[in-house]
Design a protein around this ligand. Structure first.
Ligand SMILES: *[C@@H]1O[C@H](CO)[C@@H](O)[C@H](O)[C@H]1NC(C)=O
Ligand SMILES: *[C@@H]1O[C@H](CO)[C@@H](O)[C@H](O)[C@H]1NC(C)=O
Ligand SMILES: *[C@@H]1O[C@H](CO)[C@@H](O)[C@H](O)[C@H]1NC(C)=O
Length: 389
């Protein structure tokens, strides 16, 4: 093990950086399969320089060879050692439906800006259009968000550019197509390779890996589908309701009750073993090109996406916590750039809320990477990741 540490210094550095205390076996078919990682036994062949604060205070002792953990996972250092299932993520409801002026739009900023801003769940409804699967809102003549493959290619590009981030993709199978139809867009976009497949089906909330484990495995996308998933046919498209339940979707009730809507008839103790999603996008019904459709209640957005007060995301998160003893895993919102949705998530996650939000409409958002935190480690980590990915 120490030999592999010497050969693959980065492989030993990473778990230490990521705050792993226990031995982590990386198994699977990736080239890292043979490497057993242990920061507990790992000896620094080349310890990173002291940080300025350590130098000033002399806090690094000889027995504490591990550097302070500085590499964020999903934007927060604290998340590296946390299970995927013990984090509250902000999700973009109908992420591909971007556009001012279109009544059927749900977001102001495109998927790349969403990810740069901190959105870590991307939900969207899909429909078949001329033999190709598109992201479409209710119907492709109402809002055509383009082919799923193109959208996912953008997501994959972002994931490759941001190797310490884990993103969840929730696919709404609007036409109840057989899951085989999704193989091509997922594989051609490159998403399939990055998709996490649990070693056992139906893993419970306390069985998900930590973010650092997922990062080391190179499995940084969790793909769920609401209907017609079949893990026997396509293992990397997880059957949403085996792993997760949701509060009422397309809600029109500002009370946002934290009750189970889907899957139906689920006993409470089954629900307690699952992830859960709070649908927190307020809707009104309108008639549009002959379709009755629920559209975001944009007049109330500031309140809906607010930290506190009646109808707010913050209040719903707290109510959910009171009802279920844990915060929701996913807070699904419309127009995430209005209000303060990331502040709500930071509170639920008990981490500092310290990032500006959000990208500007109709211009490219600047990447919000905090270079100072990761500069020291990036060269070595890059070596590892080029091996892992
Ligand atoms: C779908 O097919 C119809 C009929 O051939 C065509 O008019 C339309 O432009 C096609 N749409 C797309 C998005 O390719
Ligand atoms: C939205 O909320 C913020 C913070 O409470 C407030 O400063 C702002 O004026 C509100 N905007 C609207 C349009 O109500
Ligand atoms: C994560 O765990 C903490 C501590 O048990 C808990 O307060 C919090 O609600 C959990 N969050 C989620 C999303 O499970």
């Amino acid at each position: 093990m120490l030999n592999s540490c010497k050969l693959l210094f980065a492989a030993c550095l990473v778990p230490a950086v990521l705050g792993q205390t226990a031995v982590t076996e990386i198994t699977g078919s990736s080239p890292t399969a043979e490497i057993a990682l242990s920061s507990a036994t790992g000896t620094w062949t080349n310890p990173p320089a002291q940080t300025p604060s350590e130098a000033a205070s002399g806090t690094r002792t000889s027995s504490a060879q591990q550097p302070a953990q500085t590499q964020p996972c999903n934007l927060h250092v604290e998340f590296c050692a946390r299970r995927y299932s013990n984090i509250t993520y902000v999700g973009a409801h109908n992420s591909p439906f971007v556009g001012g002026g279109n009544m059927a739009a749900n977001q102001n900023l495109d998927v790349k800006a969403q990810l740069n801003d901190g959105i870590r769940m991307l939900q969207g409804q899909t429909h078949r259009m001329n033999q190709t699967i598109h992201y479409c809102h209710t119907s492709c003549d109402l809002f055509d968000g383009g082919p799923v493959e193109d959208y996912l290619r953008t997501v994959v590009g972002w994931l490759r550019d941001n190797p310490f981030e884990v993103v969840t993709i929730l696919i709404g199978n609007g036409d109840s197509l057989s899951v085989g139809n999704y193989k091509e867009p997922l594989e051609k976009s490159g998403l399939a390779e990055l998709a996490y497949v649990p070693q056992e089906r139906n893993i419970k909330v306390d069985q998900w890996p930590t973010l650092s484990e997922m990062i080391l495995m190179g499995k940084r996308a969790v793909v769920f589908m609401d209907y017609k998933a079949d893990e026997g046919t396509i293992p990397y498209i997880l059957d949403e309701f085996k792993y997760m339940w949701e509060t009422p979707f397309s809600p029109t009730d500002e009370n946002f009750p934290c009750t189970i809507d889907r899957p139906p008839d689920q006993p409470k103790n089954d629900a307690q073993g699952k992830l859960y999603m709070a649908n927190h996008n307020l809707n009104t019904e309108i008639s549009l090109i002959g379709h009755k459709v629920l559209v975001p209640d944009t007049d109330s957005l500031n309140q809906t996406n607010g930290v506190s007060g009646f109808g707010s995301l913050g209040l719903m998160a707290n109510n959910c916590r009171a009802d279920w003893d844990r915060y929701p895993n996913f807070l699904l919102v419309d127009f995430y750039d209005v209000g303060s949705v990331f502040e709500v998530a930071a509170r639920a996650n008990d981490v500092e809320y310290n990032r500006p939000c959000c990208g500007k409409r109709k211009s490219t958002a600047s990447p919000l990477v905090k270079a100072t935190d990761s500069l020291l480690l990036l060269p070595t980590l890059a070596i590892l990741l080029s091996i892992v990915l």
